[in-house]
Design a binder for this molecule. Structure first.
Ligand SMILES: Nc1ncnc2c1ncn2[C@@H]1O[C@H](COP(=O)(O)OP(=O)(O)OP(=O)(O)O)[C@@H](O)[C@H]1O
Length: 306
């Protein structure tokens, strides 16, 4: 967003006419939107809509077919210290004996072997982030003894190393029960406000985020819509993004997005529950090679802040 004087300093992420293609498919097609500094954005959309792909583009891991992206005023670049990234991980950590504190330290730049080899500056940063997420009690325990919610707390601590200005959190709620989901969302919201940073938090369900998010970025059909819940979670906008008729129902403060009478979250993600074969384990430099079997064809022109 540019004000009358052309000042863009309040912008955390500027996406301008971006097209992102994987294989012969346009995941985003001429999408434009602007996230402001200090916003908590819920990133939603059907399976395969491109939530992970967008994050990878922001990290400079995926070339843009066209358009431009700026993060904190700068063109995207690999290894951008302004960005903290939590990849979508749903397994692999539970079996690890590494202690929480060492696990956090392993994410510090150049300190893949944990605390014993870390510099005083890294050690201090590890303590700072453990404090931020209130994880000192977890720091001495092995990951294998922690709950999913507690491991998420340490993953968040890792993302906060180096004082990033933007956090990209890819589906942190996956595999968590509703109580732990609420705990993770509340924690991210608290830390985000405390530090005044910008958060993109992807999820396949809107309701756990409803009380925390400032705006929603909804992806689908090659398009993106960014706005408040009331602006985006509507029959008109979602029908456009899904490419088929969508109904939106509000019941007791919760919102249900329905397609032909069935809740769409359940349709889209039913196969994920306990589906070991579908797991993602994204590392910064790994290819994102899983397939979903959805056919998203970009149609027409798209996306803007609504
Ligand atoms: N290397 C690739 N080549 C072709 N298509 C790909 C490649 N990597 C991913 N895709 C496809 O691109 C689409 C976007 O995937 P992405 O993981 O970004 O979606 P998502 O919104 O994060 O989905 P989910 O909710 O399942 O995590 C998917 O349909 C995926 O199968």
């Amino acid at each position: 967003m540019t004000d009358a004087s052309g000042d863009t300093r309040a912008n955390a992420i500027e996406v301008e006419h971006v097209t992102l293609e994987l294989g012969d498919r346009a995941i985003l097609d001429d999408a434009s939107f602007t996230v402001l500094k200090g916003e908590f954005i819920g990133v939603l959309g059907p399976n395969g809509a491109g939530k992970t792909t967008l994050m990878r583009a922001l990290l400079g891991l995926l070339p843009l077919s066209s358009g431009s992206i700026r993060v904190d005023g700068e063109a995207v670049v690999r290894g951008n210290p302004s960005i903290g990234y939590m990849p979508q991980i749903r397994s692999g950590l539970a079996g690890r004996r590494v202690r929480g504190r060492d696990f956090v330290a392993m994410a510090a730049d150049g300190h893949h072997w944990g605390l014993p080899h870390a510099s005083p500056a890294v050690r201090a940063d590890v303590e700072r982030v453990l404090d931020l997420v209130d994880a000192h009690a977890l720091a001495a325990r092995p990951l294998s003894e922690l709950s999913g919610g507690e491991r998420q707390r340490l993953l968040l601590a890792q993302c906060l190393l180096g004082k990033p200005k933007v956090l990209l959190l890819d589906e942190p709620l996956i595999s968590l029960d509703p109580r732990h989901q609420t705990g993770v969302v509340d924690l991210v919201r608290r830390v985000q406000r405390e530090l005044g940073i910008t958060v993109l938090f992807s999820a396949h369900e809107l309701n756990p985020l409803l009380n925390s998010l400032d705006r929603v970025l909804y992806l689908g059909n090659g398009r993106a819509a960014l706005g408040t819940v009331d602006e985006v979670i509507t029959k008109a906008v979602l029908s456009r993004l899904y490419g088929s008729p969508i109904d939106v129902m509000r019941v007791n403060g919760r919102i249900f997005v329905m397609s032909r009478g069935v809740e769409i979250d359940k349709l889209d993600h039913a196969h994920e529950e306990g589906d070991e074969g579908h797991e993602h384990d994204h590392e910064h430099d790994h290819d994102h090679g899983h397939g979903h079997g959805h056919d998203h064809k970009a149609k027409g022109k798209h996306t803007h802040n609504v």
